[in-house]
Design a binder for this molecule. Structure first.
Ligand code: ADP
Ligand code: ZN
Ligand code: ZN
Length: 686
């Protein structure tokens, strides 16, 4: 009988590991190793844990040490590289290791019965065998679309493939410049290079949106018919996620394609990381461990001394700054790749002159009519779902406030509901004003549902499709919707940011942007950067194969501020000019990327309680080299009945900030305050 003491990380907010005893039942049973999973008793529950240390002894009273219930020896232990990645994320984002490492692996692996894991292991082994057989037989299944790369694409591929150590490449290519081909060819070159050395290579490709994975997955599979490609995203079933994760972890998957959570996938032979649309805000996790998948991808590449590629037509200001200073290597694609593709012409519609009816200006309508007459597709972009953002009573001034949040309840007309988009509260639409009984209560403003309704009356013959979070609730429905657009079954596509990203719509020659102005005056200093990226992106959906359909593509933006520099830059499709002026502004205002920030948030029954906690937090420790601002209520102060406030910390040195945060967190934990608080490092929504 061997007794071993194991240090185990558990998914709890307590910033410590826990000692357990492992008793080997027979002489030859498996010895526990760092990086293996266990099941252990914790309080009255049984939970999953990760072994982070193996010792003979412990400081804990032996009476109090409990036994491991089960050692998951059939799964290869996680590598020290993976453990270091989690340790870094835990340190940097100020969370306990267990809260990083355990949620990073599939639930099924943590909780499942051993039988389920055995079955999954058999399945992935069988899959690997089939791939091997295909390779031996030389079976080329999918027909493979390769383009001869243009000169700029080839230069980019060569630069990436020539990298033999860590390097971060910023692939700055306009929409439609063929960035995907660069990723795939660079991957191919790298696979060949490593194969020639007799090494195994794995490649990680991150995409911002689940809805973009099927399109890219098809392309990747077609380019690499003999390789094992798996996806990792939140819409997989538990069983799929387990199999895909295991395939990556056991080295059987060659290419892993996933959303942000895939950045923590275990890939023992990782040789290249690609982050598509690197500027996209969905790379930032907004709850729990608030990590940036892009930043972790870069850290991971540096740790492994491998190349990482960040691709975008509108890079994040941070990445652009790094390219300017030479920390990132910039690779530029300035032309649309497809032979017939042209860049669309961007025009502004001055709403002061061209008065809108139901939100649509006459000149936009006539452009729509032209497309309908020619049998071409149009896309209307309105980043607001629902029918109307608020309901209102003219007689008494009642307004559809959410009773639990500092927010309006949004009218969803088809469902006849008022919905709060912050706390999910739902009410039936009242028949009359709840305050004065007036039966004539009105929707104010407009969302996608209302524009859809209006378009239907204007163009009864047209096939109109709305794509937003409401129309695509059912699993798989978003993909079906996009496929019908690709098939040409849709004349007018209307949607939120869901339609702005990535899709290569071949027959689309008009993009109309309905109500972008609000973002110009947001308190959030990143709002204009986001708006510009979004508009460039949605504009980029047009003209991808213009001469196939025979007409020039157009982007029309309805605005009250046609002179605004942001719209001027958009008209010239001038990202570089825009980024330069944003960087100048940020520099003179002392904002990121010239300073580093962290944000402490507190939640309480009253704003005063939250502010009081933050005021105390501010004075807890000396903070030389760090500016701690005054605590303030959050913009949306109340959500689901909870009042929220925040405290912003800034420093010109990341190291100084990090050095302060650790003891500060410790002090905050020891203050044993009963209210909920959380820290975000490098916050994006302030
Ligand atoms: P991006 O991701 O940069 O917006 P895509 O990778 O979607 O651009 O490419 C846009 C279109 O150009 C696609 O239809 C793609 O097949 C095509 N394409 C890419 N590279 C070439 C090339 N070298 N020659 C011809 N067509 C190309
Ligand atoms: Zn009223
Ligand atoms: Zn609410």
């Amino acid at each position: 009988m061997h007794n071993t003491i194991l240090q185990i990380a558990l998914d709890t907010p307590l910033d410590t590991t826990f000692d357990y005893r492992y008793v080997a039942s027979t002489e030859n049973s498996a010895q526990p190793q760092i990086g293996q999973f266990v099941r252990v008793p914790f309080g009255k529950r049984e939970v999953a844990g990760l072994i982070v240390g193996v010792n003979k002894t412990s400081d804990v009273d032996p009476q109090k040490i409990r036994d491991v219930i089960e050692l998951r020896h059939q799964i290869t232990a996680l590598s020290s590289h993976w453990m270091q990645l989690c340790e870094f994320a835990a340190e940097y984002y100020q969370r306990p290791l267990g809260e990083v490492a355990l949620p990073a692996v599939p639930k099924a692996l943590r909780d499942a019965k051993v039988g389920a894991i055995d079955r999954a292991m058999k399945k992935i082994a069988a899959l690997a065998k089939t791939k091997e057989a295909e390779t031996i037989a030389g079976a080329e299944t999918a027909q493979h679309v390769t383009h001869t790369l243009n000169e700029q694409q080839q230069q980019a591929v060569d630069a990436i493939a020539a990298t033999t150590a860590y390097a971060c490449h910023l692939l700055f290519g306009i929409t439609g410049s063929g960035k995907t081909q660069v990723y795939l060819q660079a991957a191919k070159a790298l696979l060949e290079k490593t194969k020639a050395r007799g090494e195994h290579a794995q490649i990680l490709i991150l995409v911002p949106e689940i809805n973009l994975t099927p399109q890219l997955e098809d392309q990747v599979r077609a380019s690499f018919p003999r390789l094992n490609v798996v996806s990792l995203h939140s819409q997989l079933s538990e069983g799929e996620r387990l199999r895909h994760w295991l395939a990556a972890h056991e080295g059987q998957a060659d290419i892993v394609l996933g959303t942000r959570l895939a950045v923590l996938a275990s890939m023992p032979h990782l040789k290249l990381i690609i982050v598509d649309e690197e500027h996209d805000s969905s790379y930032k996790q907004q709850e729990g461990l608030r990590y940036s998948a892009r930043d972790l991808a870069i850290w991971r590449a540096r740790q492994l001394a491998i190349p990482v590629v960040l691709g975008s037509a509108t890079p994040s200001i941070e990445s652009w700054q790094h390219a300017e200073t030479g920390r990132y290597k910039r690779l530029t694609l300035t032309q649309r790749a497809a032979a017939q593709a042209t860049l669309p012409r961007v025009g502004l519609i001055d709403m002061e002159r061209d008065k809108a009816v139901e939100g649509l200006c006459p000149s936009l309508l006539s452009a729509l009519r032209e497309r309908l007459a020619r049998g071409e597709q149009s896309l209307l972009f309105l980043n607001r779902r629902g029918y109307a953002p608020v309901m209102h009573c003219d007689a008494c001034g009642w307004i559809s406030n959410c009773r639990r949040c500092t927010a309006f309840m949004v009218l969803h007309k088809p469902e006849r509901r008022l919905r709060c988009h912050h706390c999910s509260l739902e009410l039936r639409v009242p028949q009359s004003c709840p305050t004065c009984g007036n039966v004539d209560i009105q929707p104010l403003g407009r969302g996608t549902q209302r524009v859809e309704e209006h378009l239907q009356t204007l163009f009864p013959e047209a096939r109109i499709l709305r794509i937003d979070a409401d129309s695509t609730r059912r699993k798989g429905s978003a993909q079906e919707a996009f496929e019908s657009v690709h098939r040409g079954d849709v004349d007018i596509l209307l949607g939120t940011q869901m339609v702005a990203k990535g899709h290569d719509f071949k027959r689309l020659t008009l993009v109309g942007v309905i109500n972008p102005d609000t973002a110009l005056f947001s308190q959030d200093y990143r709002a204009s950067e986001r708006l510009f990226a979004q508009l460039m992106q949605v504009a980029g959906r047009a003209g991808r194969a213009a001469s196939e359909v025979g007409s020039v593509s157009e982007v029309l933006v309805q605005t009250r501020y046609p002179q605004h520099p942001l719209y001027r830059a958009l008209m010239n499709q001038d990202y570089t000019g825009f980024a330069t002026s944003v960087l100048e502004e940020r520099h003179s205002a002392g904002l990121p990327p010239f300073v580093f920030q962290a944000l402490l948030r507190a939640e309480a029954k009253t704003v005063d309680k939250a502010l009081e906690f933050l005021t105390t937090a501010k004075t807890l420790l000396d903070h030389e080299g760090i500016i701690i601002n005054d605590p303030v209520p959050m913009t949306i102060t109340r959500v689901a009945g909870v009042e929220r406030a925040q405290l912003l910390l800034e420093s010109t040195s990341r190291t100084v900030l990090q050095a302060f945060l650790k003891p500060w967190m410790q002090a905050l934990r020891e203050s044993k305050s009963r209210l909920r608080w959380s820290l975000e490092v490098d916050p994006v929504d302030i």
